[in-house]
Design a binder for this molecule. Sequence first.
Ligand SMILES: *[C@@H]1O[C@H](CO)[C@@H](O)[C@H](O)[C@H]1NC(C)=O
Ligand SMILES: *[C@@H]1O[C@H](CO)[C@@H](O)[C@H](O)[C@H]1NC(C)=O
Ligand SMILES: *[C@@H]1O[C@H](CO)[C@@H](O)[C@H](O)[C@H]1NC(C)=O
Ligand SMILES: *[C@@H]1O[C@H](CO)[C@@H](O)[C@H](O)[C@H]1NC(C)=O
Ligand SMILES: *[C@@H]1O[C@H](CO)[C@@H](O)[C@H](O)[C@H]1NC(C)=O
Length: 471
Amino acid sequence: MMFSIYEGLLDMIALFLSVLSGTPSLASRETFYPPLNHTTFITNTSLGTYGGVYHAPTDQASPIREEQNYNYCTMPHPRGDTYSLPPPVADHSVNARLVYLEYLQRHQRRTPYNILPGGENQEYNCDNIHPHLYAAPAAQGTPPATVYGQAYFDPSNPFLISYVNGSCQYPQLTIGGLLDGYQHGRDLRAVYGDQLGLIPDSPDARVWFRSSSSALTQGSAGGVLRGVFPEHTGPIPLHQQAASVDTVDRGFPCSAQNTLLATIQSTPVWNEHLTVTEPLRTRLSTMFNATASWTSTVDHFADNFQARLCNGYDLPCRRQNESDCVTPDQANEIFRAGDWEWNYWWRTNPHAMRYIQLVEGLFIGEIVRKFEAVQQGQSDLVYSHNFVHDGDIGPILGALGIKSLRWPGMASNVAFEIWETSDSQFYARVLYSGSAIETIYGTLDWIPLSALIDILQPFIPDDIISMCRSS
Ligand SMILES: *[C@@H]1O[C@H](CO)[C@@H](O)[C@H](O)[C@H]1NC(C)=O
Ligand SMILES: *[C@@H]1O[C@H](CO)[C@@H](O)[C@H](O)[C@H]1NC(C)=O
Ligand SMILES: *[C@@H]1O[C@H](CO)[C@@H](O)[C@H](O)[C@H]1NC(C)=O
Ligand SMILES: *[C@@H]1O[C@H](CO)[C@@H](O)[C@H](O)[C@H]1NC(C)=O
Ligand SMILES: *[C@@H]1O[C@H](CO)[C@@H](O)[C@H](O)[C@H]1NC(C)=O
């Protein structure tokens, strides 16, 4: 309770500052769709965070917010108190029931992938979460000791001088991320279990779960599925493809992805974004000894700053001078540039369709085949939930033609709902982070399932192996 008052205060201060600095006042959903099609979005400092939230507490779940704004730390998701039925179902112009849910989500919040090359001035603490790591016989047998990973540093390790102190792995799920996961699952239970009666009380043959091969997505699944199945005690299979050929998280070998990305990142528009961010990238590089991989995109700085702010820490300071710190204005410009880059990669660059085919086309194909099974009355499943990464959510939103694409934040999610009408027609609704997604095809709140398949079909490659080889 204390925390939500504190968070409420932070929000009020943020609102006050945004009024002072002239940040446009935006309706909650507008914060998902900024004008990312021009580099003035990056340079216009008065845009601030464009209504986005970039802070969350250290040891607590994220506060539940009335406003469903873009929230990088904990993206909104379907919730009992905000969920609404598809318009034609709500107004009784059609009689339909939900028959299938394909749910995709990014893992919950975490420590960063990227540690500042000059070392970090603050510790990260992960003592309050135990990432478990045991294997057990599938059949009856002696259960294993329930060991967990406890990260630590030996002070004699010379590499620590230019690294980060603390008790975490990088990246790893944080306690805040795990607690957010419980809430995420409870909310899905409230909507798709209690309200719509789709998800069974305990996992059975009608439900199916998948993760990438990363500990982050697996740990998130444990949290979210606890919320979905609060009473269930047994183990739950979390399906994974072999890491080297995985169709999510860029698992399979495909050199053409990098070749095409190099082309995408050499266009005049891309270079314009490098030019306008040059002073900031140079300043930050000097502060933190950053080299080329840190400055060719804003990915690493954004990741580093987001992880601090999303787990209750401060923006970093230079190790050589601890009063030389990243300012909120600098962080916001990095975040706006990050949003611009995601929109460019997956929406507006001239090669976006081929890039999505190469990176995500196989997974899109797997999803479409599940839709077709439902359409043909041959699906054994009613609920499938995939725990993946921003690099999977982004291209799928791109394939759906999202109006504009901000960086898909922690636990960003896509709910593909399939409804069957009383005259046996199938309709789809696509929610992005809890609300019907706005796309170049309009708002996808009630379209024939076949129309949704038609939107996705062109992104499924005919022959990925030869596409990946050719460059
Ligand atoms: C950017 O998109 C907005 C609508 O979202 C449109 O009004 C504007 O013309 C676009 N600008 C460019 C440069 O394409
Ligand atoms: C910057 O954003 C503000 C708020 O939306 C807008 O009024 C102003 O015209 C923008 N400035 C430029 C140079 O685009
Ligand atoms: C970072 O650069 C500063 C000079 O700005 C230097 O003193 C320091 O040793 C560098 N740190 C590392 C880890 O290279
Ligand atoms: C880690 O903590 C130790 C002890 O507090 C300190 O001497 C050292 O400078 C710290 N190193 C880093 C990289 O922050
Ligand atoms: C440390 O950083 C602060 C803030 O940027 C600056 O004012 C000060 O001059 C710096 N100190 C040194 C010794 O460089």
